[in-house]
Design a protein around this ligand. Structure first.
Ligand code: ZN
Length: 355
């Protein structure tokens, strides 16, 4: 039985608190699928979205984009998905027709339509309507919470490690922000690629957490001194082959550059928007530093649909273990956001709906 109304967290306008409301179920167009939400990830992307003016195109809006659940209805033109299937989703709304979409690089779409939870209602609700093109089947044996987290917080490390950092066995990689929701899976993924991982975060508790849930070859405490100096000491003065910076702030970016060895790749994954942190992350760098060491800069822009599928396979096989430290309810989302914004959360946080 599909009800007529549902519980959702609704954003009525920029800067307003999320309000728990009863709203009509979302419309299901001819090429849409209606999903009963089983779980939805809660991360920094939504926190940044709520704090940055101009990101949401229209109100009211329901945020939430790391969704997993069961398909309960499909539009008249949907062919690849049936009611009863479990799916997770891709975050970007794309055209499916341009040369990048056709090449499987959907995040470079030339006619993008925005993002789930931003330009279309998302998963902080009991039901969500998603384009058929955005859904990916969840393999048996992977829970809704793990699948939701896999669609972003684990798939993003897959793309960053494989396509951008191009990690190979024996490479040395520094992960900055390694105890967070994306970072903890980045360390696991980098190890799966065969790299020697140096994991940096702030303070003993966060480093212990990394040790426990991902393992790392070297732990770097950013609180106890210069990151680059610690990296150089741990690599015999050579530096690392890649740095994956998930924080990307004014303090981490220069440290990331200074940690790179010859031919090193700097991979930007995180964002540090001034609207959220009150600090401009920009800094000036002399291009000769890039020339002398033949450095590369890579901007890691989310993932492809195929990478979500691969990631779900790795989770099913137990090669990557989702680290979900807190599973709350829809009502608890505002306090979960608060804890994430203050940098207090460890691993990934999600909400689940009673099934
Ligand atoms: Zn496109």
């Amino acid at each position: 039985m599909i009800p007529e109304r549902m519980k959702a967290l609704v954003l009525e306008g920029f800067g307003q608190p999320l309000r728990l409301s009863q709203v009509p179920l979302p419309a299901v167009g001819p090429s849409d699928v209606l999903v009963r939400v089983g779980a939805c990830g809660v991360g920094l992307t939504v926190v940044n979205l709520l704090a940055t003016p101009g990101r949401v195109d229209r109100y009211p809006r329901i945020p939430g984009h790391e969704i997993a659940g069961e398909v309960v209805a499909v539009g008249s033109e949907v062919r690849s998905v049936r009611p009863g299937q479990r799916v997770t989703n891709h975050f970007y709304l794309t055209c499916g027709q341009c040369r990048h979409c056709r090449a499987g690089r959907e995040t470079l779409c030339l006619a993008p339509r925005g993002n789930v939870g931003q330009n279309r209602d998302g998963g902080y609700a009991e039901y969500v309507s998603l384009p058929e093109r955005n859904v990916v089947a969840i393999p048996d044996g992977v829970s809704d919470v793990d699948a939701a987290v896999a669609s972003d917080a684990i798939a993003t490390p897959f793309h960053a490690c494989v396509k951008e950092a191009r990690l190979a066995p024996g490479d040395r990689v520094l992960v900055i922000g390694a105890a967070g929701g994306v970072g903890i899976h980045m360390v696991q993924m980098a190890r799966l690629c065969g790299a020697r991982v140096l994991a940096a975060d702030l303070g003993r508790d966060r480093l212990d957490f990394i040790e426990r849930h991902a393992g790392a070859d070297t732990l770097v405490d950013a609180r106890s001194g210069d990151i680059a100096a610690q990296v150089m000491a741990a690599t015999g003065g050579e530096g690392v082959d890649a740095v994956i910076d998930i924080v990307a702030s004014r303090s981490t970016l220069p440290a990331a550059l200074a940690s790179l060895g010859m031919g090193g790749r700097l991979v930007l994954v995180g964002a540090h928007p001034p609207a959220v942190y009150g600090e401009d992350p920009g800094f000036i760098v002399d291009p000769i530093r890039f020339l002398h060491r033949a450095l590369e800069i890579h901007a890691s822009r989310y993932v492809s649909l195929a990478e979500i599928e691969r990631t779900l396979g790795l989770v099913r096989e137990g090669r990557i273990r989702p680290v979900v430290t807190e599973v709350g309810t829809l009502e608890q989302v505002p306090e979960l956001h608060e804890s994430i914004a203050r940098g207090r959360s460890l691993g990934r946080v999600a909400i689940a709906f009673p099934g």
